[in-house]
Design a protein around this ligand. Structure first.
Ligand code: NAP
Length: 302
C-alpha cells in the first residue's frame, strides 16, 4: 500500500514545526499533520498569512492543535527569537520540517549579508536546526526533515562567491541553495551518527508542484509554460507527501531522501529519491558546514 495523507499513522502527542506553513507545500504538510492530531507549530514570517492558514486548517480539522510562531529565516536574530519562544512554550520537538523557501528573486541581500535564496532556504534553516538540536535530542525518535529539490542536481557550491556579489544568476543561486540543503541533511546525519545522538536527519523533495514559489517568474512566462507545467506537475497535496513520509513513516533511516517516484521524479507516489553524487561529497560538506557555523555564529552541540 502506498503512503497517503489518509493512511499515515495518528500523530497525537507529537510536536512538529513546519517552516513556511502558510502556503503551498508547507500548508499541505501542516494540514496533513493536523488531520492526524499532531501538535503543529506554523513557523511563518507573516502573522496575517499564518492566521489565515490556521483558520483554513481549522475548517478541515476543527480539533487541530495549531500554534503560530513568527520567524523570518532571512534574519538570524529572528531565527534566534523563534527558537527562544518555541523552547519557552514547548518541552519537546519530535520533527522539525525545514520547508520554507524562495525561488529566483531579483538579487537581494539579507540583513546578515547573505544572498536571499541562500539566506532563506539554507542559512536560516542551518541556524534554526542548530538552535533546536537540544530540544530534538531530548525527544525520543526525533527527526529533522529538510526540503531539497530536483534543482540540486544542477547545483554547485560557489565557494569563491557564495553570496553572488561578483555576478548573480538567480537560477544558479536557487540550485546552490537546494544543493546546500541536501549536503546539510547528509552531513548532519553523519555528525549525529558519530556523536551517537538520537535524532535523524532526512530530506525530501516534492517533484514539481504549482505553488506560490513561481511568484518571481514573469507572468507571461508562467502563462506560456503553464500547460507544460500542468503535464509534469502534481497538486501541492501530492507534492507534500514525500515530506510527510520523511516526517512520520516508520522505518525511515537517517540520510534517506524521499520524492515522487514517477517520470523523472516530477510527480507520482512518494518513495526513495535519487541523490546526485556531488551532494554526497564529504569534503564539500565539511567545508560548507564550517563556513555555515562561522557565518551564522552557531556551534552545533552534538
Ligand atoms: N513547488 C515546487 O515545485 C518545488 C519544487 C522543489 C522544491 N520545492 C521546495 O519546497 C519548499 C516549499 O515551497 P513551495 O513550493 O510550497 O513555495 P511557496 O508556495 O512559495 O511557499 C513558500 C513558503 O516559504 C515561506 N517563506 C519564504 N521566505 C521566508 C522567510 N524568509 N522566512 C519565513 N518563511 C519564508 C513563504 O512565506 P510567505 O508566504 O510569507 O512568502 C511560504 O510560506 C521550498 O523549500 C521549495 O524550494 C518546491
Amino acid at each position: 500500500m502506498s503512503f497517503t495523507a489518509d493512511n499515515m499513522p495518528n500523530q497525537a502527542g507529537k510536536t512538529f514545526i513546519v517552516t513556511g506553513a502558510n502556503a503551498g507545500l508547507g500548508y499541505e504538510t501542516a494540514l496533513g499533520l493536523a488531520k492526524k492530531d499532531a501538535t503543529v507549530v506554523l513557523a511563518c514570517r507573516s502573522e496575517a498569512k499564518a492566521e489565515a492558514a490556521k483558520n483554513k486548517i481549522l475548517k478541515k480539522a476543527p480539533k487541530a492543535d495549531l500554534h503560530i510562531e513568527l520567524v523570518d529565516l532571512t534574519d538570524l536574530d529572528s531565527v534566534k527569537r523563534f527558537s527562544d519562544n518555541f523552547q519557552s512554550r514547548f518541552d519537546k520537538l519530535d520533527v522539525l520540517i525545514n520547508n520554507a523557501g524562495v525561488m529566483v528573486p531579483p538579487y537581494t541581500q539579507t540583513s546578515d549579508g547573505f544572498e536571499l535564496q541562500m539566506g532563506a532556504n539554507y542559512f536560516g534553516h542551518f541556524l534554526l536546526t542548530g538552535l533546536l538540536l537540544d530540544a530534538l535530542k531530548q525527544t525520543k525518535d526525533s527527526r529533522v526533515v529538510t526540503l531539497s529539490s530536483l534543482a540540486h542536481v544542477q547545483g554547485s557550491i560557489n565557494f569563491d562567491d557564495l553570496h553572488w556579489e561578483a555576478s548573480y544568476s538567480k537560477l544558479k543561486a536557487y540550485q546552490q541553495s537546494k544543493l546546500a540543503c541536501l549536503i546539510f541533511t547528509l552531513e548532519l546525519q553523519r555528525r549525529l551518527e558519530a556523536a551517537k545522538a538520537g535524532p535523524i536527519s532526512v530530506a525530501a523533495h516534492p517533484g514539481v508542484s504549482p505553488t506560490e514559489l513561481v511568484r518571481h517568474i514573469p507572468n507571461l512566462m508562467v502563462y506560456v509554460l503553464t500547460p507544460l507545467f500542468l503535464l509534469v506537475s502534481h497538486k501541492p497535496a501530492k507534492g507534500a507527501l514525500p515530506t510527510l513520509m520523511a516526517a512520520v513513516q516508520q522505518g525511515v533511516q537517517g540520510g534517506d531522501y524521499y520524492g515522487p517516484t514517477g517520470y523523472n521524479e516530477m510527480k507520482g507516489k512518494p518513495g526513495t529519491a535519487k541523490i546526485a553524487s556531488h551532494a554526497k561529497d564529504e569534503e564539500i560538506a565539511k567545508k560548507l558546514w564550517a563556513l555555515s557555523e562561522d557565518l551564522t555564529g552557531i556551534k552545533y552541540s552534538f
